[in-house]
Design a protein around this ligand. Structure first.
Ligand code: FPP
Ligand code: MG
Length: 299
């Protein structure tokens, strides 16, 4: 099975795996899946499987589906926490069906992901569970710091390493473990995923300030207004945070955005370097390209 076929298979499994006689849960889940999304985590998992020498990509498809389902569950819960009304150009579940249905759809998806994981090894299951714990810790840390109204660089990196990089690292780790790779290969791919995740989240935070809402499918500035500052806004005076346009202008003019993007490039570079340990292959090249595309994007 090639990558495109495996990704198409993930896409259909996303839809079939959320079948339920409680049709609201299927409808709400499919509402999210049908909106698209970059499917970066499943792509990364499948490529990691191949780059680590996995013989049959089909064996990794349910894992790739599970990781995208978990990511989707976390976005649904995040949209409740952030009071977001638009995601991927569509109303969020909380906007369309209310907070309770959004909460339950997230719970449903989270559980469905573990149904897909059940046939896999305890090592693979433990790696994903560890990332899920980190996701919740990262989101909680973010809520705490937003309430406190202050965020330093160290805490920012703790938050993004937990809420984003951990799942990217898990995607790569799961692919490598499923391929039966040696411990150093598993570690190299996990390092790759972790650094891609950091780069990805920094760019996400940059786009939350200077992005185009039409390309993003969500409004810009929403997190900032709620006190959830990313790397680009750490040093901004409080008064400036009030209007997003003024903030964006300030951050572009004083070079903060450029500096944040430089950091993102640094992490993408580290990701690519981690792959030096692996033998050359088309999957390894595709992973290097994926690290670059996590930074060079407008949505
Ligand atoms: C998006 O961040 C949110 C996350 C990366 C993680 C959210 C995690 C939870 C809600 C914990 C629950 C986890 C599970 C497994 C159910 P963002 O707000 O910066 O991005 P956005 O602008 O796209 O909303
Ligand atoms: Mg959010």
């Amino acid at each position: 099975m090639d990558l495109d076929t495996a990704l198409a298979s993930v896409e259909s499994q996303l839809h079939t795996s959320v079948a339920s006689d409680t049709s609201l849960l299927s409808e709400a889940s499919r509402h999210m899946f049908a909106a698209g999304g970059k499917r970066l985590r499943p792509r990364l998992l499948l490529l990691a499987y191949s780059a680590a020498g996995g013989p049959e990509l089909g064996q990794a498809v349910p894992l790739a589906t599970a990781i995208e389902i978990i990511h989707t569950a976390s976005l649904i819960h995040d949209d409740i926490n952030d009071h977001s009304e638009l995601r991927r150009g569509r109303p969020t579940i909380n906007a369309r069906w209310g907070t309770t249905v959004a909460l339950l759809t997230g719970d449903f998806l989270f559980t469905k992901a573990y149904q897909l994981m059940a046939p896999y090894s305890s090592q693979v299951n433990a790696a994903l569970a560890e990332a899920c714990v980190a996701l919740v810790e990262g989101e909680t840390l973010q809520v705490e710091t937003a309430k406190a109204g202050s965020l330093d660089r160290e805490t920012y990196f703790r938050i993004i390493s937990k809420k984003t990089a951990s799942l990217f690292a898990a995607a790569a780790r799961l692919g490598a473990l499923q391929a039966g790779a040696a411990a150093d290969t598993v570690a190299a791919l996990a390092t790759y995923g972790y650094n891609v995740g950091l780069a990805f989240q920094i760019v996400d935070d940059v786009l939350d300030v200077i992005g185009d809402p039409a390309a993003l499918g969500k409004p810009v500035g929403a997190d900032l207004v709620q006190g959830k500052f990313g790397l680009p806004a750490l040093t901004t005076p409080t008064a400036m945070r009030e209007t997003v346009a003024a903030l964006a202008e300030h951050l572009v003019n004083n070079g903060t955005i450029e500096e944040a993007l430089r950091q993102a490039h640094k992490f993408a570079g580290r990701a690519a370097t981690a792959l030096d340990l692996l033998p050359p292959s088309s999957a390894r090249s595709a992973l290097i390209a994926l690290a670059r595309s996590a930074v060079e994007r407008d949505h």
